[in-house]
Design a protein around this ligand. Structure first.
Ligand code: SF4
Ligand code: SF4
Length: 254
């Protein structure tokens, strides 16, 4: 069947009209920064405190673009009589991003969580040799790594966090001074002591009547042992003594 003359032109115009009504998807970079997903594979960051120079990442990298140098150091024993130990000290950690194919194998195999993906992507160079980045630059990129997503509700606490929390609690318990009686505690205890009843004047309480013996005005004689219930010098005096309670001798009383 022969094509209708002008049908091709009509199809083309239909496509043009359809796309004219759609919103433009052109990103005006670098004037407008693109909105990348937070887990974008932009560049690799190094947290060198976690790196033990085990060389696993360099060995597993399919492109052999990770360069690591290190030396051994002898660490003195932690306790007297202990054994000296040797550890690896990182001298150089570099990644050649002109060779890297962003497969992420190095990050996956690192057993000590020293490598992370950062969404940073603006590190283009005009010279390909400048795409080999050393540990200082990798460390700078580490601070652009987004925080890990929150745990599911009810999830088990990570082992690292549990160990750190226990160590902090133990340290705090060691640094806490022994419990002493504070001034506030003494004030609270004094407030619980018997006080002047309502309606009784200060004189009634502090200066008892002649019939009423006073243990504060006259100290008890050596041959009369003082009652254990007798109030001390700093404590308020009870309002009425118990009827059957032995009372100390009053001044002038025979
Ligand atoms: S992402 Fe892949 S290619 Fe790049 S350094 Fe890591 S292992 Fe090598
Ligand atoms: S695998 Fe991890 S710990 Fe081992 S050398 Fe690489 S970055 Fe360091």
């Amino acid at each position: 069947m022969a094509p209708i003359p002008g049908s091709g032109l009509a199809k083309g115009l239909a496509v043009t009209l359809r796309t004219m009504t759609k919103k433009s998807v052109t990103a005006q970079y670098p004037d407008v920064q693109p909105e990348l997903p937070p887990r974008s594979r932009g560049v690799i960051g190094l947290f060198e405190e976690n790196c033990t120079v085990c060389m696993l990442c360099a060995r597993e990298c399919p492109d052999w673009c990770i360069y690591i140098d290190s030396h051994k150091e002898t660490v003195p024993p932690a306790a007297p009589g202990g054994r000296e130990r040797s550890r690896n000290v990182l001298d150089r950690f570099a990644i050649d991003f002109s060779l890297c194919m962003y497969c992420g194998i190095c990050i996956e195999v690192c057993p000590f969580d020293a490598l992370f993906w950062s969404p940073e992507f603006e590190y283009a160079e005009t010279d390909i040799r400048d795409l080999t980045h050393e540990r200082d630059k990798l460390r700078e990129w580490m601070w652009t790594v987004p925080a890990p997503p929150a745990l599911d509700p009810g999830a088990e606490e990570p082992k690292e966090l549990a160990a750190a929390r226990k160590a902090a609690e133990k340290l705090a318990a060691q640094q806490t001074p022994p419990a002493t009686t504070s001034h506030a505690d003494e004030q609270a205890r004094a407030a619980e002591q018997p006080t002047r009843p309502q309606g009784a004047s200060r004189q009634q309480v502090d200066q008892p009547s002649p019939d009423e013996p006073s243990s504060r005005d006259e100290p008890s004689s050596p041959d009369e042992p003082s009652s254990p219930d007798e109030p001390g010098p700093g404590r308020p005096k009870p309002v009425q003594p118990e009827p059957n309670q032995p009372t100390p001798r009053q001044e002038g009383q025979e």
